[in-house]
Design a protein. Sequence first.
Length: 227
Amino acid sequence: MGAAGQRGSDMGEVLAACDAAVAGLAAAEPGLIVVVGGAAASAGYDGAAAGSLHEYGVRYAVGTGEPVLPLSLTVGSWLLRRAGLVPPDGPAAGPGRPGRLWLRAVARATPAADCLRLGAAIARQAPRVAMLAMGDGPARKAVGVPGAADPAADSYDAEVAAALAGADPARLARLAASLDDELMVAGRAAWQVLAGAADGERLRGRLRCATARYEVSYLVASWDLRG
């Protein structure tokens, strides 16, 4: 119990950054919020779809019905509910809430060009679209000797952090799909969907959090349209 409590405390910085990023989505007053996440297979879900963290040892579930959401979308849906953007029984329009919520899983092996096209298509679905992109970076550094550095994984993390901080869709679009298996990256496809949705926009980026806990890197960023 003590260890679990310590882990929750250590992750407070990451959670606060996530909360701030989601609050930024609400402030944009979008007509549509789309949560995009890497997964084993591509699929679309409505905003009330259920997901569970039980297999990860966490007694928490979101949505209604049988859990079908992959981990990335389960956590994204939880963040929206935590912010009050989605009521417990599912999406509903109202003050401070988007009119629509989509959950979109993107197969991790999806080629970059297809991810970019999907992002562009999503951006055309409403006059104001907000996207929450959920993705895991390299997991290879978590394998083997605890604390051991992996230069290739560290370099990949640095490239993603720079792209997020600079609100640079082109830089995300250049992430090599060939490194997904080598570095055990699960988020590349989701980030490139974001790149496709943001391409051509004048954006301002803010890297809200860049930290490492338990041999895992956590990056949280916000992209906003420049006024």
